[in-house]
Design a binder for this molecule. Structure first.
Ligand code: PHE
Ligand code: CA
Ligand code: ZN
Ligand code: ZN
Length: 314
């Protein structure tokens, strides 16, 4: 949550105190992604669900309304967006893909989250949280005025809850030359669980560098982490299967928090990380905003860092 600066217009201060010229922080300085703005996106997902039968599930009107709303926000910020449709047993669904049209298109850094809920409820933690956090990071990047070295792309996946359908469709329909340009995929699924843990995916050796950067970031924020083998239970699985480096974070779902975990993270031992996982009570009340803020700042840290990484030697 450090102050960040961007260069290119002389000394431009985004937040905080004035620095002397020549003392400009690098573009990889970590941004403070706004939890207020991220919460406002979650309020929007809740109201979309409320207005559409109580959910945002694949094949239901609340999903398409979510996708249209996210796409419009990204369009307004200057992203090049695509609504990619694909078939599911529940009907047509959609991925929203957004690319920042600057930086080296041969080196693509990507972050994503699934935008659909289960049909039982509005899916605010699963996965409004990841979607709102990735969206807010994308909007903050666009507003930062930075000159990216690499190409940034964001994916909002449909029909994850039907079996990772949208992310698999996206990856399987990427031409080989496009797959080769993907240098990193970061996944965020359930990042504001009300009895939160701080888990970092540990299921793809190709992504160990990014995994370790996530751990180091949380450590610097005085947040302890645990590795978790998520067993391909989210949308990074399709990218991992192609040998692309992947990493991600997770605040916990139906599993029970142990007393050792409660000692390091607070919250309630013997209770699920998210008691409303896949239930109708996964509403706007089913969030831990402190956890959300740590998590979105970690997303920002990774995006700011990897957008500037030099991939030309590899
Ligand atoms: N993908 C699971 C779901 O949406 C949740 C999950 C996320 C599980 C990350 C493990 C790791 O229901
Ligand atoms: Ca923040
Ligand atoms: Zn789910
Ligand atoms: Zn999920």
């Amino acid at each position: 949550m450090r102050t960040f600066l961007y260069s290119g217009l002389g000394t431009v201060l985004v937040a905080g105190a004035v620095l002397a010229p020549g003392n400009i922080a690098t573009a990889a300085e970590s941004p403070d992604i706004s939890v207020t703005n991220t919460k406002a996106h979650l309020d929007q997902f809740q109201s979309i669900a409320t207005g559409n039968g109580g959910n945002r599930a694949a094949g239901r009107p609340g999903y398409k309304a979510s996708a249209d709303w996210v796409k419009a926000k990204l369009d307004a910020a200057g992203y090049t967006t695509t609504l990619q449709s694909f078939p599911t047993w529940a009907g047509t669904s959609y991925n929203v893909i957004a690319e920042w049209p600057h930086g080296d298109a041969n080196h693509v850094v990507m972050a994503g989250s699934h935008l659909d809920s289960v049909s039982a409820g509005p899916g605010i933690n699963d996965n409004g949280s990841g979607s709102a956090g990735v969206l807010e990071t994308a909007l903050a990047y666009a507003a930062s005025g930075q000159t990216p070295r690499n190409r940034l792309r964001f994916g909002f996946w449909g029909a994850e809850e039907l079996g990772l359908v949208g992310s698999r469709y996206y990856v399987n329909n990427l031409p080989t030359a496009e797959r080769d340009k993907l240098k990193l995929y970061l996944n965020f699924d359930m990042i504001a669980s009300p009895n939160p843990g701080y888990f970092v995916y540990d299921d793809n050796p190709a992504g160990n560098g990014a995994r370790d950067d996530l751990v180091a970031y949380f450590t610097q924020q005085n947040v302890q982490t645990e590795f978790i083998d998520v067993q391909g239970r989210s949308d990074h699985a399709a990218f991992r299967a192609l040998g692309i480096p992947t990493a991600g974070t997770f605040a916990g779902a139906e599993e029970t928090k142990t007393s050792a975990q409660a000692a390091k993270w607070g919250g309630t031992a013997g209770q699920a990380f998210d008691r409303c996982y896949h239930r109708s009570c996964d509403t706007i009340s089913n969030l831990d905003l402190t956890s959300l803020d740590h998590q979105i700042d970690a997303i920002g840290h990774m995006i700011w860092t990897y957008t500037q990484k030099d991939y030309t030697a590899s």
